[in-house]
Design a protein around this ligand. Structure first.
Ligand code: E4P
Length: 217
């Protein structure tokens, strides 16, 4: 499963990228706001830093304006994936932009039917929002599994990008189901390294090591 980082914070992307943990980046208008940066500037910096796809989201709601914004965003770098919302106009924009050979990430997906339409419109990525479904007492992971089944049934090659990942359990479950990609905040990716038994075991080893009175260096 590919790992995308869901942030527009350069330092956080850079730290994970140095460890080989970054296959791409996703941003959205809320993450741009949080970064306090200009969208064009920060997106260019992210594209320079990361080899994989960097999603940059349009903010227009009408197809022609989305297409114009998408072309401008795609002009930032070759690794831009234009992010469009899963609306009828977003699907029109997806069809045009993907037809021009650009990567398109169709975002704000909450149903299998929406995912089918995105694949038919030529989406490179479909972004089902797991956490936001869980927030309203629905099962976000069930949606990932259902899209996996339907896409496999018909050989649809749009990549399933599990988004709105909020916990380490979401990551493991998305991998088990076979999501092609997951995008998570840096804190969630770093938390994947933690286990209480690792901490307890290390503490015991350190205590015993101190009793040996030895040094390696
Ligand atoms: C995905 O592309 C979105 O940027 C993101 O995953 C949304 O996550 P949230 O629901 O935690 O805001």
């Amino acid at each position: 499963m590919k790992f995308f980082v869901d942030t527009a914070e350069i330092a956080a992307i850079s730290e994970l990228n140095d460890l080989g943990m970054v296959d791409g980046v996703t941003t959205n208008p809320s993450l741009i706001l949080k970064s306090g940066r200009d969208i064009l500037e920060v997106t260019r910096e992210i594209c320079d830093l990361v080899d994989g796809p960097v999603s940059a989201e349009v903010v227009a709601t009408e197809a022609d304006a989305m297409i114009a914004e998408g072309r401008k965003l795609a002009g930032i770098a070759d690794n831009i994936a234009v992010k469009v919302p899963l609306t009828w106009d977003g699907l029109k924009a997806c069809k045009v932009l993907s037809g021009e050979g650009r990567m398109v990430n169709v975002t704000l997906c909450f149903s299998v039917n929406q995912a089918i339409l995105a694949a038919k419109a030529g989406a490179t990525f479909i972004s089902p929002f797991v956490g936001r479904l869980d927030d309203i007492n629905l099962d976000g992971m069930e949606l990932i599994a259902d899209i996996r089944t339907v896409y496999d049934n018909y050989g649809m090659d749009t990549q399933i990008l599990a988004a709105s990942i909020r916990s380490v359990n979401h990551v493991a479950e998305a991998a088990r189901i076979g999501a092609d990609v997951m995008t998570a905040p840096p804190a969630v990716i770093k938390a994947m390294a933690s286990h209480p038994l690792t901490d307890r075991g290390l503490e015991a080893f350190m205590k015993d090591w101190a009793k040996t009175g030895q040094k390696i260096l």
